[in-house]
Design a protein around this ligand. Structure first.
Ligand SMILES: Cc1cc2nc3c(=O)[nH]c(=O)nc-3n(C[C@H](O)[C@H](O)[C@H](O)COP(=O)(O)O)c2cc1C
Length: 336
């Protein structure tokens, strides 16, 4: 039942959508990492709903660092961040009707009626703000080591060229939602990173990526397309350049072989489903009354998760990268 992830650096996530606050505890960080609250606030603003393309719930993310930071640097002890929930509207939620494709029914099966269902409770995208706050510390620390993480929308609403915002607006106008794919690139990683078998780079990244609500697929490099390629097309030819650096001419393997980085950019894509909560009559059940019903979802929701998911993906990628680096080079690596 634990909500903790990571080996050398661990992240513990807590809170519910309509509880007093959500938050994160980062443990195992090196002492001496810069913590700049303005930079953290800036990161949080990338995930924050801001326009008609996002939910009408407006949270300002007034975060507070409770421990683990002194004079603008990490101390090396557990770093706890809390973010209050300030714009909740719990009357929009009733217990029993299960939103199709959301976690309401599954959570009832696991927590037997003790779960806080308001606003999706522990399964709300709201909790990802805490991951982004953590990213606001780790991403700049990784950048100082020359490691850059970048996520962008690759396709949305079934198109990969064109106006993604328009796709989202169109869906919202029809009380519907859209999904899409993101692409992430990590550059500047040392070669030889990854802990096969079970903590391979792919295993660790997928583990944390699938923890983000709405992520339903992850592929590395050419991913599923590799299944239809011949070896002669799929193999990445290895070369050495004049400076003596090894590289591959193509990157179908997404910078990872045997679960270990090979020096090429690590590239992966996520499939993000359309938001489950849509204001249309849908077939579902009332699991308390044990009956079939038609149900129109209330509340304020994102017509697409994908836009707000990009900084979340950056942040969880930073958590895994920091953890793999700390495992290979020692926990002080990020501050050296
Ligand atoms: C940034 C972000 C925002 C989200 N916003 C919503 C939302 O407004 N409405 C909704 O139904 N789901 C939203 N989700 C997705 C749900 O959290 C997710 O679908 C739910 O937890 C069920 O998990 P699953 O889709 O992975 O099975 C959001 C997810 C993220 C990452």
């Amino acid at each position: 039942m634990k909500n903790t992830f990571g080996n050398s650096i661990s992240v513990t996530l807590f809170g519910e959508s309509h509880g007093p606050a959500i938050g994160v505890v980062l443990d195992g960080l090196a002492p001496g990492i810069d913590v700049n609250e303005e930079v953290m606030a800036d990161f949080l603003s990338k995930r924050r709903p801001s326009s008609d393309l996002d939910t009408a719930r407006r949270e300002e993310d007034h975060f507070q660092i409770l421990s683990g930071v002194f004079n603008g640097k990490t101390t090396g002890t557990p770093l706890a961040i809390v973010i209050p929930n300030e714009d909740t509207r719990s009357k929009d939620y009733t217990y029993g009707p299960a939103r199709p494709s959301h976690a309401d029914y599954a959570a009832f099966c696991k927590y037997h009626g003790f779960e806080d269902y308001r606003g999706g409770g522990h399964f709300s995208g709201r909790l990802t703000a805490a991951l982004v706050a953590a990213g606001g510390i780790l991403i700049p620390a990784l950048e100082k080591k020359g490691i850059r993480i970048e996520t962008h929308i690759d396709s949305c609403g079934g198109i990969s060229d064109g106006d993604f915002d328009e796709q989202i607006r169109k869906a919202a106008a029809e009380n519907d939602s859209v999904g899409g794919t993101t692409e992430t690139t990590i550059t500047g990683l040392p070669r030889g990173l990854g802990e096969p078998w079970f903590d391979s780079v792919e295993s660790q990244l997928s583990h944390i990526l699938f923890s983000i609500g709405g992520v339903k697929g992850v592929e590395f490099g050419s991913g599923f397309a590799l299944a239809d390629m011949k070896g002669s097309e799929a193999n990445d030819p290895l070369r050495i350049n004049d400076a003596g650096d090894v590289y591959t001419e193509t990157n179908h393997n997404g910078g990872i072989n045997g679960g270990i980085t090979n020096g090429m950019p690590v590239v992966f894509r996520c499939a993000i489903k359309p938001t489950a909560s849509i204001a249309q009559d849908q077939k579902t059940i009332d699991f308390q009354k044990q009956e079939n019903i038609d149900f129109c979802v209330n509340g304020r929701h994102d017509p697409a998760i994908i836009r707000r998911a990009c900084p979340v993906i950056d942040s969880v990628t930073a958590i895994v990268t920091a953890d793999l680096l700390a495992t290979r080079y020692g926990t002080d690596y990020l501050a050296e």
